[in-house]
Ligand binder design. Structure first.
Ligand code: HEC
Ligand code: HEC
Ligand code: HEC
Ligand code: HEC
Length: 175
């Protein structure tokens, strides 16, 4: 009689433990997800984009973004609190990509830069390509910037000091 009860109690405890275990594994998977995603894509630098996006690259070079590193004094280039918004991010090998490059706005390019992926917009977006909206700009254009004087997205996104030119849409081919 007591033996049966003990066995039953042990079975209940075991079942409960299994259930808890499952729940905890689920939680752990959830907690890992964002980290795993963030690690999937690496910054590759603007030279990689230049090969296929010559017009944008040439134009970007004339913007303030391309010069964002050079406006910092040498001692400021060592300060974490200045580096963040005046650089693009770290490449896979840990080198800092300086200046506000293509990938500051379009996302780290390691997985979308292949021709096969780039030709397919849905694939590119799934591989980390970003179509920049205001949210992307205000990661840097905000009151944490010591020189901040406000940010008007509609104006700024048309300002040649900030925005590169686009590839003209191809005319419909005749004949
Ligand atoms: C091997 C060539 C190649 C490389 C390298 C490349 N791209 Fe592209 N990219 C393309 C092609 C092709 C398209 C599609 C163009 C089209 O449909 O007119 C494209 C489209 C885009 C678009 C527009 C997406 C849209 O339709 O709105 C962006 C933004 C872009 N690329 C950014 C980048 C950036 C940033 C890099 C560097 C990290 C890069 N590309 C590297 C070939 C390339
Ligand atoms: C939150 C992002 C951010 C941080 C952090 C930041 N900056 Fe900037 N910085 C910007 C932006 C955006 C601009 C463009 C002008 C503006 O809107 O402030 C800029 C412009 C500048 C300019 C050019 C000013 C001009 O009038 O042309 C200098 C110089 C500068 N920053 C120095 C620094 C220094 C030094 C630090 C560290 C103490 C720093 N920034 C930290 C975002 C930032
Ligand atoms: C990674 C940080 C970062 C992001 C993202 C960013 N910017 Fe900037 N932007 C800067 C910095 C830093 C400067 C100042 C660089 C300098 O003075 O050389 C700047 C300068 C500018 C300027 C020139 C300001 C002036 O009057 O000199 C414009 C316009 C601008 N950004 C627009 C935009 C727009 C539009 C977006 C989003 C599509 C954007 N920026 C995204 C950091 C950033
Ligand atoms: C300051 C943010 C910013 C930076 C830096 C930037 N872009 Fe863009 N890019 C944009 C925005 C915003 C658009 C969308 C414009 C639109 O269609 O309204 C865009 C559009 C594009 C497009 C699609 C339109 C077209 O030109 O055919 C391509 C390709 C592109 N960018 C490539 C690049 C490359 C390559 C670089 C680096 C040399 C770069 N971008 C740097 C913000 C940026």
């Amino acid at each position: 009689m007591t033996r049966k009860l003990t066995v039953l109690a042990m079975m209940i405890v075991a079942a409960f433990a299994l259930m808890l275990n499952g729940l905890m594994a689920q939680d752990a998977a959830k907690a890992d997800a964002p980290k795993a995603d963030a690690k999937k894509f690496d910054y590759v630098g603007d030279a990689k984009c230049k090969m296929c996006h010559k017009i944008e690259h040439t134009s970007w070079l004339t913007t303030a973004h391309a010069k964002a590193w050079d406006v910092l004094k040498p001692e400021e280039q060592k300060k974490e609190e200045c580096i963040a918004c005046h650089s693009t991010g770290k490449a896979a090998d840990g080198t800092l990509i300086t200046g506000v490059g293509c990938e500051s706005c379009h996302g780290p390019g390691s997985e979308y830069k292949a021709q096969k992926v780039m030709k397919d917009k849905a694939l590119s977006l799934a591989a980390g390509l970003i179509e920049p909206k205001k949210e992307v700009c205000v990661k840097c254009h905000n009151e944490k910037s010591p020189t901040f004087k406000g940010f008007d997205f509609d104006k700024a996104s048309k300002d040649p000091k900030g925005m590169h030119e686009k590839t003209p849409k191809k005319e419909a081919t005749k004949g």
